[in-house]
Design a protein around this ligand. Sequence first.
Ligand code: MG
Length: 159
Amino acid sequence: MDIRIGNGYDVHALADGLPMRLGGVQIPSATGFVAHSDGDVAIHALCDALLGCLSLGDIGHLFPDTSDEWKGVDSKLLLARVVALVHEHGYEVGNVDITIALQKPKLAPHIETMRSTLAPILGVGADRVSVKATTTEKLGFVGRCEGCEVWASALIKQD
Ligand code: MG
């Protein structure tokens, strides 16, 4: 069996009055993400982790933010495209692990929904989709509520 791993990282700035979507889930929040797409920074990091498994570059390369095609796009569609690429290369997703750093709002009430939203797109059970959240104890740009930072790891396998 061949297995490959990848990691991804993304940051989006926060601004008042914009929608906040994370892990494919709409989060009630006074602030949201400044972005060309829907700004789902968790899915963007996850896409980069999956692309990293196959050395296929990054989502900025695949879905340029200069293209109107991706303006305001639901990032779940980008993830589905990336998973299709994984399948085209003869691999399937093994498991993924996502860490979201956000000062507020608290994400704990939304973690299970994110897992169950992402799992069918990835073609795995929710037990193979880990989503973790942390604050940065009010330190740095995350702590000042200026942005959100996400790290993701992915493993893909070929039988
Ligand atoms: Mg992004």
